[in-house]
Design a protein. Sequence first.
Length: 199
Amino acid sequence: MLAADIGDSIAGPLAISFSAKLFSHAATPQHRDLYLMTNPSTAQPSPASMSAAPATLTYRLLAVLYDAMPLAALWFATAALGLLLRGGEPVTPNTPAAGLEFGAMLLTSLGYLGISWRRGGQTLGMRAWRLRLLDQDGAETVSWAQLAIRFVVAIASLMALGLGFLWSLLDSERRTWHDLASRTVLVRLPKPEKRPGHG
């Protein structure tokens, strides 16, 4: 985990400026006040989100590996359902049935990721590493349109030999292609404070 520790040490100095940007894209107090009035339910980030730092590439990849397990289980269930609907007949490659099954797996993946991102901004893998998805303006609820764009561009990021993910090493705020395209940010939350008497 040396790489993760190095990432944390580098992310620390960026946390203050990054957190401020989450809620200050409007640039002026008047614009921020207007944003608050027009978006009362989603405008104000939680204190934890405001003190978060940009997620490093190391933690992004660890979350992806973790989420591969529940996704594999969902893909297996989708394939099993398809097999049942075909009366036990296995799918033949390069046929319409194969295309339908692949499309069903993509929709299943979008469902898992989209619902997770909408309900708390975290998948199972992201929870394990304290990562959270936010709107780039600081709102904690990301729209379905943004999530769909993020999903599609994330696939492109992987298919381009991972260049979309590696882009975070060049971006000043550690954003990937799918962050930029969907106007979202991925942050790493600080460790929760220990309560007295709870170890």
